[in-house]
Design a binder for this molecule. Structure first.
Ligand SMILES: [Zn+2]
Length: 53
C-alpha cells in the first residue's frame, strides 16, 4: 500500500472524544491502572472500561 494515514482527508468522520461522565472533559483514552478499574485520560476520573467503545 501507499502508507497513507486512514481517516485523514478520506471523507470519514473525525474521531470525537467521548465526554467524561463525571466531569465532562473530553476523554481521549481509557487507561487501566489496576485490574479492577479504569480511568479516563487526561482527566483521571474512574470510568467503565468500554467508555470509548
Ligand atoms: Zn473526568
Amino acid at each position: 500500500m501507499t502508507g497513507a494515514e486512514s481517516g485523514d482527508g478520506t471523507g470519514g468522520p473525525p474521531p470525537e472524544p467521548e465526554p467524561c461522565p463525571h466531569c465532562g472533559a473530553p476523554v481521549t483514552a481509557v487507561i487501566q491502572l489496576i485490574p479492577s478499574a479504569y480511568h479516563a485520560y487526561p482527566c483521571g476520573c474512574a470510568v467503565r472500561g468500554n467508555l470509548l467503545e
